[in-house]
Structure formats: C-alpha cells, structure tokens
Design a protein around this ligand. Sequence first.
Ligand code: ATP
Ligand code: MG
Length: 409
Amino acid sequence: MRIYKVGGAVRDRLLGKPVTDIDWVVVGATTEEMLAQGYRPVGADFPVFLHPKSGEEYALARTERKSGRGYGGFTFHASPEVTLEEDLIRRDLTINAMAEDDQQNLTDPYHGQRDLEARVLRHVSPAFAEDPLRVLRVARFAARYAELGFTVAPETLELMRQLSESGELKALTAERSWKEISRALMEDQPRVFIEVLRECGALKVLMPEVDALFGVPQPAAHHPEIDTGVHTLSVLEQAAQHKQPLTVRWACLLHDLGKGLTPEEEWPRHIAHEHTGLKLIKAVNERFKAPKDCQELALLVGQYHTHGHRALELKPSTLLDLLQSFDVYRRPQRFEEFIAACEMDARGRKGLEQRSYPQADYLRGAATAARNVAVQPLLEKGFKGPELGEAIKRERLKALKAYKEAASA
Ligand code: ATP
Ligand code: MG
C-alpha cells in the first residue's frame, strides 16, 4: 500500500500557505487491510478512514461515475487496482489534484503546479460538471486566493455557466451549499465569491434575491455608488475588512433585499424596503437552513438598519422599541452585532469607507442606560406581573429621555 498527501495540503504547501488539515489517499489497499492496521472507518458511503493516532482522513483511491441527479447520484469504485492518476482525475481543480509522497515527490498529471504558477483555477476534466457543488467550491477558492491574483479559467467559467443553466444547482442540499457559503463568507474577500457566482449565472439560481439587486439604483446623495448590488458587495467587503463574524457577514449580504422589489417608477427611492425585504430574507435563510443566529440577525438587520442610521434622531420611545425588539437585556451580543452590521452598511458606500459612525456609541450608550434601570425598587413598591413589566418600561423610557437630553446637550 502506498500513501500520499493530496488536495489542499499539497496546494497550500506549494503556495507557502499554512496547512491546517491534511487529506491522504491510499493506493493499493483494501478496506480489510486498513481495518487490520487500526484505521477507523467513517461514513457508510465512502471508503474513508481515520488514522488511529492523528485522526486525519485517509481515503482509498477511487473512481466515480455519475449515475443520477445531485450528490447522491454517484457510484464509487474503490479497489487496490485504482491508480493514483485515476483518483486525481475525479478532483475539482488542477491545483487540488496533486499528490505528494513522504519524500515530497510530486505527482501532478493534470498540471496543477503550472496553474498554481499562472494563478489559474482550472477544472481537471469534463467530469467537473457532474457535481454542481464544484461551482460553489471554485467561487470559494476564487475568494480565498484573490489576493494572490488567482482567477477562474475561461473554460472553467464556461462549464460553471452550463451547470448553472442546467438546473443541477437546485439539486444541491441546503447543508452542502451552506457549508461552502459560510466558509466563503469568512474568507478575506467574500465579495469575490458573490462576483464569481454572478458571473457564471449561479447567483441567479442560488440567491435570485441578491442577484436582483444589480442594476437597481439608489439615491446618489446617500449612495455615491448608486447600484444596490455594488453597495451590497462593498458592505460585505467592509465586514471582511473589519473581521466581522459570520452572523454579521450574512446579515450584510441580505440587508437590502427589499430594494430588489421596488417598482421602477419609485426608483431611486426605496420606501419601506426594510419591511418588504423581510419575506425575501426569510426565504434565503430557509433555503440554506442557515444557523439560527445567522437567520435572526439577518432579519433584525433587514428590519432595523435604517433605525440604526437614524439613531441620533430617534424619539426615546422608538429607541426603547428598538432595544426591546432586540431583547438587549438578555442578548447584548446580538445588539452589538446589529450595530456592527449597520456600521458596515454605512461604510460600504463609495468614498465613505472611512467615515465615522457616531450612531454606534450612541446605541451602545442607550442600551446601557436602559439596562441600568433597577428592578428591585419597583418590586419593593409592590409591582408584579404585567404591571411590573409596564413599570420597568416606563423607567427605561425615562432613562432614555435623560440619555438623549444629555447626549444632545
Ligand atoms: P480546504 O483548504 O478548504 O480544506 P481542500 O482542497 O483541502 O481545501 P477539501 O474539501 O478538504 O478541500 O477536499 C480535499 C480535496 O478533495 C480537494 O482538494 C479536492 O481534491 C477534493 N474534493 C473535495 N470536494 C470535492 C468535490 N466536490 N469535487 C471534486 N473534488 C473534491
Ligand atoms: Mg482539506
């Protein structure tokens, strides 16, 4: 049996990037031999094992054949006769289809090293089109390696275009898609992920609500970049530059979806887009089964981001409603993430990237003022049940009035 390092570990070593997880391929072995050596099997579908000590993944060399729609529609064939070259040809990109033995001798039948040097993301074979997830993977790698100058090869983009048109993308499960989307959003240049998806027509299939924002104008006074799609990408870019967590990045991507529904006669204004966008945000959330914290924040940011921008003008009662909607007393972190998303939205505008955002501290101060209202004295006065709730609200409102007066003094 011969063992090789494959995939990302080889690619990233050649790129001089840190290697985190290592994938291995085993040629010339049977399942029985692997088990006899103490490897632990994982998953029923693939001949994949975990190393008894390191816990790293070891896959038997295999070939694949498409036998139906979607990811389930694959037939795998693993046997000791399958060669390293046969295993590598089923991989997505040439730069991911290299193997290395323990002497660092490279096996590179599909010229991954050449493409690494040329900074090109290129598919290995026409079988690329057999798994639509690869469209998302290529877009994700494009985002990750954009800073190194990588671009997608025209012929690979063409295949991605065909895949997007074929309807195959719809066969992807929410779980597989979300894994790629969430990882791509956490890259340093997530906007490139969206741009590549848009370029190959996949965005229109996966997130038509986001795709629809391109070509929709906004008032130049607030949005020098005019285009809503361009704005959305800039907001996402700001979120990445400010190292925001996934929740904030997801909310940034979806915050303006309502603008895609504005009737053209009303352009460039978007009256009540915060409200009209909610059902679209909900649909995208559910399509990808985004985690609960991402779903929640996207909806709240969608609904309230203009409140955030107008924070200093809000009446104390509106400010209180905002804080109540966020349950800022029990969920302070979520409110922080809302503030962050609003700030990214404000900066994701052409020429305004460095602007200050005094609303952020103002909102934080308001939350603190409301949170500092002590409940004990109200209990001592004998308030209980719903009356206690009302009394607390009254006190918080008083605190917010005082806060606003002090802030504007
Ligand atoms: P990362 O740094 O994101 O882990 P990676 O290239 O190691 O990048 P993995 O998802 O760990 O990506 O997959 C390991 C290897 O398996 C890839 O390099 C590629 O060769 C192959 N691979 C994974 N998923 C697919 C797929 N859907 N289609 C084709 N090949 C794939
Ligand atoms: Mg990997």
